[in-house]
Design a protein around this ligand. Structure first.
Ligand SMILES: NC(=O)c1ccc[n+]([C@@H]2O[C@H](COP(=O)([O-])OP(=O)(O)OC[C@H]3O[C@@H](n4cnc5c(N)ncnc54)[C@H](O)[C@@H]3O)[C@@H](O)[C@H]2O)c1
Length: 413
């Protein structure tokens, strides 16, 4: 008989809510064991969605992890708490699903890689974009050889205005807490580009530019508040960046817990023009793999639609993907064959569910990885490669020079 895995969630935020709701509804041979968060208010609110018995609510991660029946944990705490929480979970013998990014510093990424290699537990990283049929098709085209030898990959992520602004209001707005905007938000994208090219090849150098062009104190209107909730109505009414819910826990605006004073973690409605942040609001990078393929990536957070796009150029043509979210039109991939002069188009309709339906698949993938006793298709080494590129790009941005990445920094075999 198949074992039923007791799964728990550490971190009662927007991301934890998603996994707890799925577990509470029953998913294959899993059972929802319980929940842990340092903040009792958030846990209380959370339990209204997910019906967790009082003896299965913990405010101390060590006590939660000491529960013998608990087999596996979804770690959905902020990035700055990833390393200590995941190390403690592995040490307690639990299978780990850790949200991206792996960690905010390279030394923490390397500690996690070493611990995962020593452990016999599954350590899965939440790169949900890998579960998207669109990116699977792009990879299949790249791997099939129809593009010939690959030459360059190019991608961007543009965010909607409200989504972009949400990263200026809470813990994400300090590099030390997330490893930077690129590591925090785009480690997905940097993972996908490395996955498409293949992890047998490694990025050897990177250069990056970026800055805070818009969310600067001097761009704020005179007399604005420190928070949306204390901003004079006449100013708030015309602000392009008013606080809206949907990007933080709970994901419905009506229910939002606004902890105005706790700006280091929760913040929520903090003004986007504060002078206490050090993350960029736009960034671009170029990089080169060790076998001569080149790439670039750009992050832009001020647009109407949240959209991603990817292009893969090869010797024999191009595969390009663009999302078109208006009216639920979904995504399209065009393959243009430069030798034959032909083209083919693949359309993908918008799928229901978080992140185009990929979120719900992650739980199944984690479970399959546990059952097969493997690291699954996105383990710590891939998490490290994505964060390494983001962190080295920021090093380049700060130093104003090209930064080399040595093979040893990927953690060896
Ligand atoms: N895969 C994706 O597409 C995706 C999307 C959004 C966020 N994320 C990731 O999910 C993680 C959580 O993001 P979020 O927006 O849900 O955060 P959040 O701030 O909404 O929630 C985090 C929760 O963790 C709790 N917490 C903090 N430190 C803790 C600790 N040491 N032990 C236990 N609980 C602790 C906080 O009290 C809070 O309730 C982040 O790493 C983020 O990068 C991934």
């Amino acid at each position: 008989m198949r074992k039923t895995y007791q799964m728990g969630v550490i971190g009662a935020g927007a991301r934890g809510e998603l996994f707890a709701r799925a577990l509470a509804c029953g998913q294959g041979n899993t059972a929802f064991f319980g929940l842990c968060d340092l903040d009792a208010d958030r846990m209380e609110k959370f339990c209204r969605f997910c019906g967790v018995e009082p003896d299965r609510r913990f405010t101390d991660p060590a006590k939660f992890l000491a529960s013998k029946e608990l087999d596996a944990v979804f770690i959905t705490v902020p990035d700055f708490a990833h390393c200590e929480t995941a190390l403690a979970a592995l040490a307690a013998g639990k299978h780990v699903y850790l949200e991206k990014p792996l960690a905010p510093t390279l030394s923490q990424c390397q500690q996690l890689l070493a611990a995962a290699r020593k452990s016999d537990r599954t350590f899965y990283i939440g790169f949900n974009m890998r579960a998207s049929p669109v990116y699977q098709k792009l990879k299949q085209i790249a791997d099939s050889g129809v593009l010939g030898r690959l030459i360059h990959v190019s991608a961007y992520e543009q965010m909607s205005v409200a989504h972009g602004a949400s990263f200026m209001r809470r813990w994400h707005r300090r590099e030390a807490r997330s490893g930077g905007f690129l590591n925090h938000k785009c480690s997905h994208d940097l993972d996908i580009l490395q996955w498409i090219i293949g992890h047998q090849h490694r990025i050897a150098r990177v250069a990056s530019f970026g800055g805070t062009n818009i969310f600067r104190p001097e761009n704020g209107p005179a007399g604005h508040g420190t928070h949306c909730s204390n901003c004079p109505p006449a100013i708030y009414r015309d602000c392009p960046y008013p606080f809206v819910g949907g990007f933080m826990f709970p994901t419905s605006e009506k229910e939002a817990i606004v902890k105005t004073q706790q700006t280091d973690i929760y913040g929520n409605d903090l003004c986007v023009y504060t002078d206490d942040k050090d993350v960029v609001d736009n960034q671009t990078l170029i990089f080169e793999w060790d076998h001569g393929v080149r790439g670039d990536f750009t992050l832009q957070p001020f647009q109407r639609d949240g959209v991603r796009s990817t292009r893969i150029w090869g010797e024999f043509g191009l595969a390009e993907h663009i999302e078109d979210l208006r009216d639920g039109r979904g995504s399209v991939i065009r393959h243009i064959d430069s030798r034959r002069g032909s083209s083919a188009e693949y359309r993908f309709s918008s799928r229901h569910g978080g992140h185009g339906g990929t979120d719900s698949e992650m739980l199944q993938r984690f479970l399959a990885a546990i059952e097969s006793g493997s690291a699954g298709d996105s383990g710590v080494a891939e998490g490290l490669a994505a964060s390494l590129l983001a962190l080295k790009a920021d090093e380049s941005r700060h130093a104003g020079k090209v930064v080399e990445i040595s093979p040893a920094e990927y953690g060896g075999a």
